[in-house]
Design a protein around this ligand. Structure first.
Ligand SMILES: Cc1cc2nc3c(=O)[nH]c(=O)nc-3n(C[C@H](O)[C@H](O)[C@H](O)COP(=O)(O)O)c2cc1C
Length: 202
């Protein structure tokens, strides 16, 4: 299991150009999206949606809104990761997520209320957005584990992409995109700060 995970860690890189002829199978795509769906989230809130752009014409429209990055049109599938907004304790989604807690339902609501309701709307939306980044890590590692390349993309015009995709911006916002497919050329060496500069044992 460790070997498998290590392989995925080293296989994954921010793929800058995909082979447009190679498409991900429906089965593999499902596995990759399932990896994101199974990610942890604070309070088990799952305040996210994953939209998959497969239509070539739509990718062409998106490209100029995404700094003309070649990943947008060369990838097989472009995942748009959205977070839910306004996650206060009276939000029906929040209430629904606590439903499986059964008799602890009220207790969870109370704890959540204390945790979230003192924060500003901006802070809550930011908290919600952070959860999506965790799901994104799972998505990319899930992809790498079956030999699928990825590139996370924050280089895009948020307002324009949300308008093009018809995002209901009262309820959702796009956090970032992840392009998925198969590398067109070998990956460049990856740079990382040394382990001892990053990790501190206390
Ligand atoms: C949230 C996020 C947004 C990113 N946005 C872009 C992007 O818009 N375009 C791009 O080419 N790479 C993007 N990257 C990739 C990073 O540049 C890359 O992960 C980093 O340089 C480390 O390289 P590696 O992933 O190949 O190890 C992004 C990475 C993250 C985590």
């Amino acid at each position: 299991m460790r070997n498998c995970f290590e392989e995925a860690l080293h296989f994954r890189h921010a793929c800058k150009l995909f082979d447009p002829a190679k498409k991900i199978t429906q089965e593999d795509l499902h596995f990759i999206l399932e990896s994101a769906r199974m990610a942890p989230s604070s309070f088990g809130m799952e305040g996210w949606e994953f939209w998959v752009v497969q239509d070539g014409a739509l990718k062409e429209q998106l490209k100029p809104l995404c700094w003309n990055q070649p990943q947008i049109t060369s990838c097989s599938d472009l995942v748009v990761l959205l977070s839910m907004k306004n996650m206060r304790s009276d939000n029906p989604h929040v209430r629904e997520q606590f439903r499986p807690r059964g008799e602890l339902y009220e207790k969870y609501i109370e704890t959540y209320k204390n945790f979230i309701d003192a924060r500003s709307d901006e802070e809550i939306n930011c908290w919600s957005g952070k959860q999506v980044y965790i799901a994104s890590g799972f998505l990319m590692l899930g992809a790498a584990s079956i030999g699928v390349d990825s590139c996370p993309i924050e280089g895009f015009d948020k307002a324009k992409v949300e308008a093009l995709l018809g995002v209901d911006t009262d309820r959702f916002e796009i956090q970032h995109l992840v392009a998925l497919g198969y590398r067109a050329k070998e990956q460049q060496p990856r740079h990382r700060r040394p382990f001892e500069n990053v990790v501190k044992f206390l």
